[in-house]
Write a protein that binds this ligand. Structure first.
Ligand code: 5GP
Ligand code: ZN
Length: 118
């Protein structure tokens, strides 16, 4: 881990240095509950290796992203929202509401969802 990432809260969760309720993990992916849930099911799905945001995704991330979405579908089933429906969203940049600059997808479900998200 580079020095700049030691202050990244999600890198600290991955390293076991900060607490989180982890619901699933693989070699490359971690899924844990958002500490400020905005839906009955609100899980953050993230790569263990630091990527700042979706703006930094390149072709080398293809396998990791495929695994991330497989994990998301697994978590949706485990959290019993597979039938009722769920949403995955990643805020990219402060103007879109990104507040943690370690790539993550919000997996949300358990209530009806408005569109477009505001
Ligand atoms: P963003 O605003 O970047 O799209 O999403 C960041 C999310 O991370 C927010 O929903 C916020 O509640 C959550 N979050 C921030 N810090 C922590 C933390 O230390 N632990 C957990 N579990 N969630 C966090
Ligand atoms: Zn990080």
């Amino acid at each position: 881990m580079t020095e700049g990432l030691s202050g990244c809260v999600f890198c600290r969760i991955v390293a076991g240095e900060a607490p989180a309720e982890i619901v699933h993990e693989t070699d490359r992916i971690i899924a844990f509950r958002d500490r400020n849930p905005r839906a009955p099911v609100h899980v953050l799905v993230a790569p263990k290796d630091h990527v700042d945001s979706a703006a930094e995704i390149g072709p080398e991330h293809g396998d990791m992203l495929a695994e991330l979405f497989v994990v998301a579908a697994h978590v949706a089933r485990a959290e019993r929202v597979a039938e009722s429906g769920w949403r995955m969203v990643t805020n990219t940049g402060p103007g879109a509401g990104q507040s943690v600059f370690h790539l993550h997808f919000h997996l949300m479900g358990g209530r009806s969802m408005g569109w477009p998200p505001g």
